[in-house]
Design a binder for this molecule. Structure first.
Ligand code: C2E
Ligand code: CA
Ligand code: CA
Ligand code: CA
Length: 279
């Protein structure tokens, strides 16, 4: 540390100081975000490539702070995870997504499956299956319409009772998806050993197809692998017509991405469904 003044040591450059101050501010605001009604779920459609119909949607958190500029979940989710706030935030998202989906079903919209992201921290809470059981009961949503997206890194943790948790969740009747497939510590033993219904190919393998023959080969191999294991295969981050054609030609079941729609607010999503787009 560089000496500055009498007893003041300047430990941080001002840039670092700003970053730390910013982080502490975010943390402080995040603590109040649910209570102050600043959190919102957006919904991004998942489209069946065989029929062209929307078959479900992924719920994605949005944080509308009255003063700060919009903060991406890639920024605030890690803070929520490190501080443990993800437990209350994650529970809020589960309740909200189930309640909204049930309400859409009651207003006569087509029945769609809602996918909610689970952080590792949430997944390792021993009472997670019970929490989800009680949320389903309270909201009245039939378990078959709830899908939980987990990442490979959760499965890597062999000490935790991962298989047991997954079996408990499965026995509730919900679906399990493996998110961002191929980016974490992927292992075929996960696909063999765990009850996974759906495999989501990460956007990084999709973005350069069909131009990159390496990515095209990896994507088509992942599709075949999933299909051979009787899993539903979903391509994430589909943005172009060329990518879509490639995925259709290789019999990918489902696609999600800006080519169909960005994640939408509740009202915007309702408009999309009511207009019968992609149906
Ligand atoms: P994710 O689960 O992989 O979600 C997909 C991300 O890709 C979303 O970013 C979505 O907006 C974005 N995306 C969708 N289609 C396209 C596309 O065609 N092109 C591109 N470039 N991007 C696309 P978002 O909403 O910013 O969320 C980022 C991450 O934050 C999520 O990645 C997820 O890991 C985390 N997250 C969001 N909501 C939740 C939540 O409720 N709980 C937890 N634990 N994590 C969440
Ligand atoms: Ca996800
Ligand atoms: Ca993903
Ligand atoms: Ca991701």
């Amino acid at each position: 540390a560089k000496q500055k003044g009498r007893n003041n040591y300047q430990f941080f450059t001002s840039g670092m100081h700003d970053a730390i101050a910013n982080r502490l501010t975010l943390e402080k605001y995040l603590r109040k975000a649910v209570e102050f009604n600043e959190m919102e779920l957006f919904y991004q459609p998942k489209v069946c490539l065989e029929t062209g119909r929307i078959m479900g949607m992924e719920a994605l958190l949005r944080w509308n702070h009255p003063k700060l500029k919009p903060i991406s979940p890639t920024e605030f989710i890690p803070i929520a995870e490190e501080t443990g706030m993800i437990l209350s935030l994650g529970e809020w998202a589960l309740v909200q997504a189930c309640r909204q989906t049930k309400s859409w079903q009651e207003t006569g919209l087509p029945f769609l499956r809602v996918a909610v992201n689970l952080s590792p921290n949430q997944f390792h809470q021993p009472d997670l299956p019970e929490q989800i059981r009680s949320i389903l009961k309270d909201t009245g949503l039939d378990p078959q319409w709830l899908e939980l997206e987990i990442t490979e890194n959760i499965l890597m943790d062999k000490t935790a009772n991962t298989l047991n948790t997954l079996q408990q969740l499965k026995s509730l009747g919900v679906c399990i998806s493996l998110d961002d497939f191929g980016t974490g510590y992927s292992s075929f033993s996960y696909l063999k050993g765990f009850p996974i219904d759906c495999l989501k190919i990460d956007r990084t393998f999709i973005q350069d197809i069909p131009r990159s023959s390496k990515d095209a080969n990896i994507a088509s191999a992942m599709i075949r692998l999933a299909r051979n294991l009787n899993m539903i295969v979903v391509a994430e981050g589909v943005e172009t017509q060329e990518q879509l054609v490639f995925l259709q030609n290789h019999h990918c079941h489902v696609a999600q991405g800006y080519i169909f729609s960005e994640p939408l607010s509740v009202t915007a999503f309702e408009n999309l469904i009511e207009k019968g787009r992609y149906r």
